[in-house]
Design a protein around this ligand. Structure first.
Ligand code: MV4
Length: 514
């Protein structure tokens, strides 16, 4: 057996906020490691600050003056004697300079090497690496397009429709679908200027357009000894503007054979950049069952819990172990999913008003419980949701024996959930779960936008409001106190009828019950 050089981690600085900071500190506590968090002024009274062993103010609310202050964060880690920094997702998690600076200062960056982050940060570079490693990529160009003439030539060879993509892109920025040759000139100009504006880089290349694909990603895990394993796929096709809404594992369409092949491709992809720690390889899967490398996310992802639920592996603990130098053991060989997990992301947004942000105070919070239910929640009742950060406040994850059971369980859990004071994406989930296409597993990346645009998923008819009786009682009470009127006896009887009806309705799931 290969000798292991172990660098013990005793204290970790969590350079993040919200639910992922809570998730990470839970893992730390289970391993007996001390947790320290940074917080901005907006997060002084946040849940991670309450739960962590230590908490340090890092700056004002704006991310650029707080969670993105890489130097201040590394200095703090050194000052408080943290052995490692966990970046979570977003913020500094995919910043190669930050990862490099941590290592240069003798602090373990809980993630891959700076070189691996940087190689996967460039789409053109990662595409080239994947082609050389034998990982299938979308048919298209290998180099940035120097001018319109070469774009026209390449596009004609590949065949329309094509996609123009910014090498520095991600999240769809600098991306243009081009249906025919006549549209290329304008699209080329737009993609370039968008990429310059967003990334200070005008490198753009061409891919064949893949029509109505699914987004399927493979969770991988690598150690410091060159071992890399696949933990199976997640189905993430339900998203809107690169914001995922529901994720599940396994994918309803992926067979054991396809899982094996995608897993091997993902491991190849990770191997090509000497990957260690947790990472995700994103693929497009087309209608013929062909899959193509899209990009690699070099961090722990929001949707990691669905993989944890079906594999039984705690990814944060695995991250902490491999970051210390421990090798992946036989437990990680040939992992197969057991049962089915679904995650919904609770955003403080109104899903039926173009996902308008809904900041404010959480006046009431009741989280679902019971068999197979997991809440990864970053807030508490009474907390303020500010406009400064990502609007995702919590994730609800369920596990079931199979997909149908998971759907029923999620419906059950959602009827227990109450969040008041802000709008959330919850009412949308109930509609999705009752959709025939969703239930049959017939998903693609255009589905969410399509069903919102055509009104299939729309604001439901006003349900008999569960709190109506309580409000009526409160009004009656205040009127009694002011000795203006008294409540007639008949109203009391009515009130309890309303309450019973509302309760029944709530238990059945409001007006959407079928
Ligand atoms: C594509 C594509 C179709 N064909 N590339 C969107 C974000 C970026 N990461 C890649 N994206 C896409 N690339 C080709 N050649 C369709 C998308 C796409 C998409 C991909 C994954 C999940 C959701 C999506 C929504 C719209 C478009």
């Amino acid at each position: 057996m290969e000798e292991q050089t172990i660098r013990p981690i005793r204290k970790v600085l969590i350079a993040n906020r919200g639910e992922i900071a809570v998730r990470i500190l839970r893992g730390l506590r289970e391993l007996g490691m001390r947790s320290a968090v940074i917080y901005s002024d907006a997060d002084r009274a946040s849940l991670p600050v309450l739960l962590a062993d230590e908490a340090y103010r890092i700056g004002p609310a704006a991310s650029s003056e707080s969670y993105l202050r890489s130097e201040a964060i590394i200095e703090l880690a050194t000052r408080i004697g943290a052995d490692a920094i966990h970046p979570g997702y977003g913020f500094l998690s995919e910043n190669a300079d930050f990862a490099g600076q941590c290592e240069a200062q003798g602090i373990i960056f809980i993630g891959p090497s700076a070189d691996a982050i940087s190689a996967m940060g460039s789409k053109i570079e990662s595409r080239r690496l994947m082609i050389d490693a034998g990982v299938p990529v979308v048919p298209g160009g290998r180099d940035p397009l120097p001018d319109l003439a070469s774009a026209e030539k390449e596009a004609a060879e590949i065949g329309y429709p094509i996609m123009l993509k910014a090498s520095a892109g991600g999240g769809g920025k600098g991306m243009r679908r081009v249906a025919e040759a006549g549209q290329l000139a304008a699209a080329f100009r737009d993609a370039r200027s968008e990429s310059i504006a967003a990334f200070g880089d005008d490198a753009v290349y061409i891919e064949k357009f893949v029509d109505e694909p699914r987004h399927i990603e493979i969770q991988i895990l690598g150690d410091a000894h060159g071992n890399i394993v696949s933990l199976g796929e997640r189905e993430c096709s339900l998203q809107r503007r690169n914001q995922k809404v529901i994720e599940e594992a396994p994918s309803p369409i992926v067979s054991p054979d396809l899982r094996q092949r995608m897993g091997e491709a993902a491991v190849q992809a990770a191997r090509a950049v000497g990957y260690s720690n947790a990472g995700t390889v994103e693929f497009l899967l087309d209608g013929h069952g062909d899959f193509y490398f899209l990009e690699m996310n070099t961090r722990l992802q929001v949707e990691h819990p669905v993989t944890e639920m079906v594999t039984g592996i705690d990814l944060v603990i695995a991250q902490l172990r491999v970051a210390q130098g421990y090798a992946l053991d036989q437990r990680f060989d040939d992992i197969q999913p057991r049962g089915h997990a679904i995650e919904v992301r609770l955003y403080a947004e109104d899903p039926f008003r173009n996902f308008m942000p809904s900041p404010g105070k959480i006046r009431r919070l009741r989280l679902p419980e019971g068999p197979g239910v997991r809440n990864d929640c970053g807030v508490y009742e009474g907390a303020e949701i500010s406009i400064h950060y990502d609007p995702m406040i919590a994730k609800l994850i369920v596990w079931g024996e199979d997909r149908q059971h998971a759907i029923l369980r999620l419906e059950r859990a959602l009827t227990e959930l109450r969040i008041e004071g802000i709008q959330t994406t919850t009412p949308l989930f109930l509609q999705i779960l009752r959709d025939e296409d969703f239930r049959s597993g017939n998903l693609d990346i255009t589905m969410l936008d399509r069903k919102l645009a055509d009104g299939t998923w729309a604001r439901p008819e006003e349900a008999p409001f569960e709190d109506l009786p309580l409000i009526a009682a409160a009004i009656a009470h205040s009127q009694r106190q002011r000795r203006t009127t008294s409540v007639p006896a008949s109203a009391t009887g009515k009130r309890s009828q309303w309450r019973q009806a509302a309760r029944r309705q709530a238990l059945r799931g409001g007006t959407w019950s079928s």
